[in-house]
Design a protein around this ligand. Structure first.
Ligand code: PA5
Length: 462
C-alpha cells in the first residue's frame, strides 16, 4: 500500500481568510461539471495510450532506457547533459532532488556513477569552462532535443562532437547518446549516419511534459535514480486523478481552486519549496506553467493574453528576500508551499551557546523542525494578512514522491489549460523566437525571417 502526497487548501478558502481573497466552497462546487469533463478527457488519453499522460503507463520504453543505462554503467566518470528548456529542467530537478549536493566532489556518495554536468545555454563561457573541466575519454554526452534543431543545443552538440573527435578520433562515437523525437528528424538521421545510440521521445510528448520519458529517465538511470519508482509515483497520481471522487480528488480540487483565484485576482503564481533539494523543481515548474498557459489566443482564436506569472522561491532563504513582497506588496499572488514531512538524516542543533537565551532556545531541536516551523509560520502570517496559500506535503524526498510531485503539477497545468480553453502543449511564442534566430544565424530557408528581424531592429533602434 502506498501513500499519496497531500495538499492542504484550507488557507485558500475565503471562510478562513480576512479580506476578499480566497475561494468559496460554492465556487468550487460550481466547477464540478467542467472538472468531470476534463477528468473524462484525461481518462480517455490514458486508456487510448495517446498524449503526454499515457507515457508513464508504457512499460517497454522505460525498460529500454534502463537497459542502455545499465550497459554503460561504470564506463564513464562524467555525464554531460546537453539540451535546453523542457529537455533539461526536469533532469536538473531530479538530479538536485535525489543526488547528494556534493555529488561531483564526493566519490563515496557516487560509487561507480558519473559526475554530472550540463550545458543548457549558448553561453561561450559555460562551454569553455566545461571543455576545460572534463576529459573526453572519461565522458558520456547525452544530447536531448525533441525537435533536434534548437540552436543552443545544436551549437553545443556540434562543438562537443568536434572536440571529442579531435581528441579521440573515431571512437568519439562511443561517447554520445542522442534523445529525440521518435519520428524522422535531424538527430535520428545523424544518429544513423554516425551510428550513435538514439533514444526516442514519444511524438505526442511535448518538451516540458517529457521528463518522465527517455528525456529525464536516461540521465536519471545513469545517476543511479530508481526510475521505476519515479514512474510508479507519477502513475499513482494520474490514477488517483482519474478514479477518485471529486470531493477526495486532490488534483482536481486544487486545480479548480487555483483556477478560481486566477480568474479573480491571482496574477502571480509562486512555488516555494522548503527543502533545498527541491530548488530546481521550482525552476522546472516555472517553465511548465509559464510556457503552457501564457497564450495569446484560446482554442476559439479569441485573443486572451492568458496566464499568471510563475515565480520560484526557496524557503526558508527567500523569507529574507521575496517574502516582504508576498506579505505587503500587491494582493495578486497565490503561494504554493512544499513541505517535506521527513528528512532522512537527523540534524540536531546542539546547545553550544547555552548561556545566551537569544539562541539557546534552538538547542535540542532538529533543523527539520525549524524549517517546517518556518513554513507553517509564514503560511499563517500570510493568512492573517488575507493572502491565500496552499501547502503540498511530501512525506519525504524520494523517487516515488518526486514522481508524484512532477505528475501533480503536470496534471494541474493541463487542467488549468483546459479550464482556460487553450492549447496547453504548444508554444508559438517560443517557436517564433527560434525561427528568427535561425534567420539571424543564416540557416537556409529562413532568410525572409532574417530580413523581418533586420527591419524590426532598425525600427526599434537596437
Ligand atoms: O517545452 C518545450 O517544448 C520547450 O521548452 C522545449 O523543450 C525547448 O524549446 C527545447 O526544444 P527541443 O527539445 O526541441 O530542443
Amino acid at each position: 500500500m502506498y501513500s499519496l502526497l497531500h495538499i492542504h487548501l484550507s488557507r485558500m478558502l475565503s471562510a478562513n481568510l480576512p479580506g476578499e481573497r480566497g475561494v468559496t466552497r460554492e465556487g468550487l462546487a460550481g466547477l464540478a461539471p467542467r472538472l468531470e469533463g476534463i477528468r473524462a478527457r484525461l481518462a480517455e488519453m490514458v486508456d487510448s495510450d495517446t498524449g503526454t499522460f499515457a507515457n508513464t503507463f508504457r512499460r517497454d520504453e522505460p525498460e529500454k532506457v534502463i537497459q542502455l543505462a545499465e550497459s554503460l554503467r561504470g564506463q564513464f566518470r562524467n555525464l554531460v547533459l546537453v539540451g535546453i528548456g523542457g529537455s533539461t529542467w526536469g533532469t536538473l530537478a531530479i538530479q538536485a532532488a535525489l543526488c547528494h549536493s556534493g555529488w561531483n566532489e564526493l566519490d563515496t556518495t557516487r560509487g561507480d556513477r558519473p559526475r554530472f554536468y550540463f550545458l543548457d545555454n549558448s553561453d561561450p563561457e559555460a562551454l569553455n569552462d566545461l571543455l576545460e573541466s572534463i576529459d573526453p575519454a572519461e565522458t558520456l554526452v547525452n544530447v536531448v532535443s525533441k525537435s533536434g534543431t534548437t540552436a543552443e543545443t545544436a551549437a553545443n552538440f556540434t562543438a562537443l562532437a568536434g572536440h571529442f573527435r579531435e581528441c579521440l578520433g573515431d571512437s568519439w562515437r562511443r561517447h554520445f547518446v542522442l534523445t529525440t523525437d521518435a519520428g524522422e528528424g535531424l538527430l535520428q538521421r545523424i544518429g544513423r549516419e554516425e551510428q550513435l545510440p538514439v533514444l526516442d521521445i514519444p511524438p505526442a510528448t511535448g518538451g516540458r511534459f517529457s521528463l518522465l520519458s527517455a528525456v529525464g529517465l536516461f540521465p536519471a538511470a545513469l545517476l543511479g535514480v530508481d526510475v521505476r519508482a519515479l514512474l510508479a509515483g507519477a502513475e499513482a497520481v494520474t490514477r488517483a486523478a482519474i478514479d477518485r471522487p471529486l470531493e477526495h480528488n486532490a488534483v482536481l480540487q486544487s486545480s479548480a481552486a487555483s483556477w478560481l483565484c486566477y480568474t479573480d485576482w491571482a496574477r502571480v503564481n509562486v512555488l516555494m519549496p522548503y527543502a533545498r533539494a527541491l530548488r530546481y523543481v521550482a525552476n522546472w515548474y516555472v517553465q511548465l506553467w509559464g510556457e503552457s498557459l501564457g497564450k495569446k489566443v484560446d482554442r476559439q482564436g479569441q485573443v486572451r493574453h492568458s496566464g499568471s506569472t510563475p515565480l520560484g522561491a526557496l524557503g526558508a532563504a527567500d523569507q529574507h528576500s521575496l517574502l516582504q513582497l508576498f506579505m505587503e506588496g500587491p494582493l495578486d499572488k497565490l503561494v504554493t508551499f512544499i513541505k517535506v514531512d521527513h528528512f532522512p538524516r537527523p540534524c540536531p542543533i546542539p546547545g553550544t551557546f547555552a548561556s545566551h537565551p537569544e539562541i539557546a532556545y534552538l538547542g535540542g531541536h532538529d533543523m527539520a523542525s525549524l524549517i517546517n516551523a518556518e513554513l507553517e509560520s509564514t503560511a499563517e502570517a500570510l493568512r492573517l494578512e488575507g493572502r491565500p496559500s496552499r501547502t503540498l506535503v511530501l512525506p519525504e524526498v524520494n523517487a516515488f514522491y518526486l514522481g508524484q510531485l512532477f505528475q501533480f503539477f503536470m496534471l494541474e497545468t493541463f487542467i488549468n489549460g483546459e479550464l482556460m480553453d487553450l492549447n496547453t502543449f504548444d508554444q508559438p511564442g517560443v517557436e517564433a523566437g527560434k525561427i528568427l534566430t535561425y534567420g539571424a544565424m543564416g540557416r537556409p530557408g529562413f532568410e525572409a525571417r532574417e530580413a523581418d528581424l533586420a527591419d524590426r531592429m532598425e525600427f526599434t533602434g537596437d
